[in-house]
Design a protein around this ligand. Structure first.
Ligand code: SF4
Length: 243
């Protein structure tokens, strides 16, 4: 990417260029790409286990899958949602971005990652040279949990087969799990997000490379962690280039 353009995107993320002490701003091409830190054996993240309901939506094409989600009453969230939030983006996308669940605005609009968090996600994507239209964006849950509470294990288990079939149809090169809840549900682990970051995980039977990072809503509350998110995005881009 053009260095000047990338500087603009970093400015949109409110990330200043890194400075070498006592010198001018380092060129972005000189910014070190973070590498995965080896994790001691005792701290290794458990391998993703097959999803219990995997295959439940097998065979459904995009229109059929969309219709099944729209009509779904598998869990209690069907009675409190305004509408389901299927996902949005290119059906040829190489990147699949997965969040936790729709919030109030997403529930109203029927689209994931709208509002301020959505704008920040768009800026994060632009920072690595991707537009929102080039990726596919979905959530673990297709319906909003009331009060934005965390999804229950039952809700996630009931809803994950839809995401699994989206992945089977999309065949993404890489998945970016944004936020602790998404990462923990996708990887079937309770390991903290801090320890899931900066490692290449693999999702499901197709073993799609998966990188975990912070949720843009969290970054709006904790802007000091934007730099870590930027490191994660660069790491994900590097992993994607290797696939
Ligand atoms: S959250 Fe998922 S499983 Fe529950 S009703 Fe909505 S679409 Fe169905």
């Amino acid at each position: 990417m053009n260095p000047a353009l990338r500087r603009d995107y970093l400015a949109a993320l409110k990330l200043e260029a890194w400075l070498v002490r006592g010198s001018i701003a380092a060129p972005l091409s000189a910014v070190p790409v973070p590498v995965a830190v080896p994790v001691p054996p005792a701290e290794r993240v458990p391998a993703a286990v097959p999803i219990a309901n995997g295959g439940r939506e097998e065979g459904a094409d995009w229109p059929e899958l969309r219709a099944r989600v729209a009509a779904c009453t598998r869990c209690a969230l069907s009675s409190t949602r305004t509408q389901t939030v299927f996902g949005v983006g290119s059906l040829q996308a190489q990147w699949l971005i997965v969040g936790e669940a729709p919030g109030a605005e997403e529930d109203r609009q029927g689209e994931p990652f709208v509002g301020r968090a959505g704008q920040l996600l768009n800026s994060m994507l632009r920072a690595i040279g991707l537009s929102r239209e080039e990726v596919f964006i979905a959530n673990v849950l297709k319906c909003r949990p009331p009060g934005n509470r965390d999804p229950t294990a039952t809700e996630a288990a009931e809803c994950l087969p839809y995401l699994e079939q989206q992945i089977a149809l999309l065949k993404p090169k890489i998945m970016l799990a944004v936020g602790r809840i998404a990462a923990q549900n996708l990887l079937r682990t309770d390991v903290t997000l801090g320890r899931l970051r900066q490692q290449v995980h693999h999702f499901g039977v197709s073993k799609v490379p998966l990188i975990a990072t912070y949720h843009p809503a969290y970054l709006l509350r904790t802007p000091t962690d934007k730099r870590k998110a930027w490191e994660d995005l660069k790491f994900a881009r590097e992993v994607c280039a290797r696939v």
